[in-house]
Design a protein around this ligand. Sequence first.
Ligand SMILES: *[C@@H]1O[C@H](CO)[C@@H](O)[C@H](O)[C@H]1NC(C)=O
Ligand SMILES: *[C@@H]1O[C@H](CO)[C@@H](O)[C@H](O)[C@H]1NC(C)=O
Length: 336
Amino acid sequence: MLILLPFLALLTTSTAHPPSREHAKANDGLTFLGIPYARPPLGDLRFAPPVPLDQSRVNIEAKAILPSCLQYFTASPANAFNQDVLEYNLGGRNTTGHMNEDCLTLGVWTPTTSSHRSRATESHRKRLPVIIFIYGGGFSTGGQDVPYQKPTQWIQRTRDHIVLVPNFRSNIFGYPSAPGLAQQNLGTLNIRTVVEWAKANIAAFSGDPEHMILLGQSSGSMSIDWYTFGFYDDLIVTGVIEDSATGFTEGFTRAEGDTYNFTYVAESVGCAGYGEDSTGLLACMRKVDALVINDFVEKVQRAGQLVFYFVPVVDEKLQFANIPERALQGKQAKIA
Ligand SMILES: *[C@@H]1O[C@H](CO)[C@@H](O)[C@H](O)[C@H]1NC(C)=O
Ligand SMILES: *[C@@H]1O[C@H](CO)[C@@H](O)[C@H](O)[C@H]1NC(C)=O
């Protein structure tokens, strides 16, 4: 099947050679997996805002979920999320699952039903509403590859909506709080890039770009609540659904300029001695193997002896110290 995106990229998917269970059953709908939405955040783009892709004339094999963003196996404290539903651990295998620093891809799950088909052919004006799902995981874990969150059965049950699920950077790669960066909330900017991608492209999947909502769970819910402040005057989506946290949930932000945790990592992975030279420090940190950084952050957090975390930074651009005040100033999106 070929789908022509507005920017002329050719998107292919196939039911002939199912690469995964998503394609195995005819009534599972059509899934388009592993679509890149930004340039790989590698090299100079590590710790940098997402760069949207020019995908004109690109042939995308949208057949399988590609690796999740870097994270690590969350085993403790033992709770329902790592004992039962395995939300914190990818692939449902109680292990980390496939991951890579090159992770900025998304998947689109669409229903195939007779009603949907007839709608699509009889009237191109009738498009399906779109839910963009922002997963939780404490700004540290999560991805498209969390089995119970895959929307296959959901879209086939309603047969009336489309679900888009992106990967986005988290932990030190998403919220580094490093000295010298103009933007610290890279995970948030990833979410924004995804919304912009959906606005431009979702019609090619029978989605309605005028009827998209963000659905967030846990830290994903905090992110989309904050999104209604950070992008209040250009929301793009028409609604948000917040599940299990809000922008008022405490303990998940960091003051701007609090770069100690980043510097602690840098000094431990071979980037010590830069002092005030943040340019040199960042250049060094962009050359370190991403897995070395990821492993070190895991080691320190697992040891549990130091206060140590990477979360959204209160920069007064995307993240605000006083959101009630912003609301009183009218700087919160007016949505249902
Ligand atoms: C997952 O791993 C943890 C830590 O090794 C263990 O306690 C837990 O029982 C495992 N859960 C499942 C469902 O295998
Ligand atoms: C991490 O940052 C927190 C908050 O500033 C601080 O209390 C803690 O000491 C830092 N830990 C390390 C290892 O730098």
